[in-house]
Design a protein around this ligand. Structure first.
Ligand SMILES: *Cc1c(COP(=O)(O)O)cnc(C)c1O
Length: 380
């Protein structure tokens, strides 16, 4: 059997039970389960606000749009960001009329605070931090730097569902965090996400914007049987149709009790890989985890000399790893910064994400290790 990078695993019975409630009630849209899931996520994270979305991508777009409006940023104001991320992080900056300014990464593949500091200009307004693979990098130093320089902090937490730092879910310090519950992320649905603003007024705004700018959701009107004018609503913004729905929220609710258990198994897999490569640290560099961080282990990544050769060899043996990510400055819209982040450029050519999902057995992991060692030890 082929070994894939990611395969989502669902608690099928629990998902169907939650979805059944939606279908029987006749309520599959905004409200009902979306409210329950938001409450469950606030309780789990300890954050004061959480709004359920149809993806993390739209959440990132709205994060920049709302911060820009609320803090009166100008066209072309700068956001310091990483070149090593899924393009939706950086597209969000561009789409809001802001300029991505790329800083280099550190050993954890997260933004390097030393390089962030070098990239600060009078036009800098914010930092976009990606908790790469579910690790927290030097998050605390990035927070300090933002405070010191009056920069807003946006966290792309797409990989971070369940990550702890010093025993708690990190993020209280950030202005906004965006989680992804896309199918291959640690809390799988099909497509959905969550945006968590520190400022409750911004949470109110984002709720309006994700439903066309309308200021009262259908469910509240549905529930309020006695209102005479329950068909009436105001439209405050030119908004979008970005909110999540009850079917996705139902899957999220069913999966939530599994998140910490699933992540513990992901850490077990990571330990098996780590042990397997222990004696080969010259040829295989494991991306480290910072002190105090209990990672979600969305990814387990190694850095090797001949990545493309190894990838081809693994594919020949029916193992299909992935690459996270291509240095974004290689894409045309970010090419103005090509060559400015040499560490990210190196990692982009040498990193490989090994299979990491709940259906992998101990034997599968050993087979992946053995196949990698065969190639790496016989080819330079
Ligand atoms: C998956 C991912 C996103 C986008 O999430 P969607 O829910 O698919 O929109 C954004 N950033 C990173 C780092 C991701 O891995």
């Amino acid at each position: 059997m082929a070994i894939q990078l990611f395969v989502p695993t669902f608690d099928v019975e629990a998902c169907i039970e939650e979805i059944r409630e939606c279908l029987e009630k006749g309520w599959t849209g905004l409200g009902f389960k979306t409210v329950q899931f938001e409450e469950a996520w606030k309780k789990y994270t300890g954050f004061s606000n959480a709004h359920f979305l149809n993806s993390a991508t739209v959440g990132l777009n709205l994060a920049f749009e709302i911060l820009k409006e609320q803090y009166d940023w100008s066209e072309g104001d700068e956001v310091i960001t990483t070149p090593l991320t899924f393009v939706s992080s950086n597209h969000a900056i561009l789409l809001s009329g802001l300029k991505p300014v790329f800083a280099d990464i550190d050993a954890y593949l997260c933004l390097d605070p030393v390089d962030i500091e070098k990239k600060i200009t009078p036009k800098s307004k914010a930092v976009l931090f990606v908790g790469f693979g579910g690790n927290t990098g030097q998050y605390e130093r990035v927070v300090e730097l933002c405070v010191k320089n009056g920069l807003k902090l946006i966290v792309d937490a797409a990989h971070m569902s369940g990550t702890r730092l010093n025993g708690k879910i990190p993020g209280d310090e950030a202005d906004v965090l965006v989680y992804s519950f896309q199918a291959v992320k640690n809390l799988p649905t099909a497509d959905s996400g969550m945006i968590c603003f520190k400022n409750t007024d911004f949470d109110t705004i984002v709720r309006r914007k994700t439903w066309l700018g309308i200021n009262k959701d259908t469910y509240a009107r549905f529930a309020n049987e006695n209102a005479t004018y329950k068909w009436k609503y105001d439209v405050e913004y030119v908004g979008y149709k970005y909110h999540g729905n009850s079917i996705m929220a139902a899957i999220g609710l069913a999966q939530m009790p599994h998140l910490d258990i699933d992540n513990a198994y992901r850490r077990q897999i990571a330990e098996w890989y780590t042990k397997g490569f222990e004696e080969y640290s010259e040829k295989i560099k494991i991306v480290p985890i910072p002190k105090g961080c209990e990672p979600s282990r969305h990814l387990f990544q190694i850095i090797v000399e001949d990545r493309d050769g190894l990838m081809a060899y693994l594919n020949k043996n029916e193992i299909y790893p992935g690459v996270h990510y291509t240095d974004n400055t290689q894409y045309r819209m970010y090419a103005y910064a090509n060559g400015t982040c040499t560490k990210a450029a190196y990692v982009s050519d040498h990193v490989i994400s090994l299979p990491m999902h709940l259906r992998l057995s101990y034997d599968d992991v050993q087979y992946v290790i053995k196949t990698i060692l065969e190639y790496v030890c016989n080819n330079g």
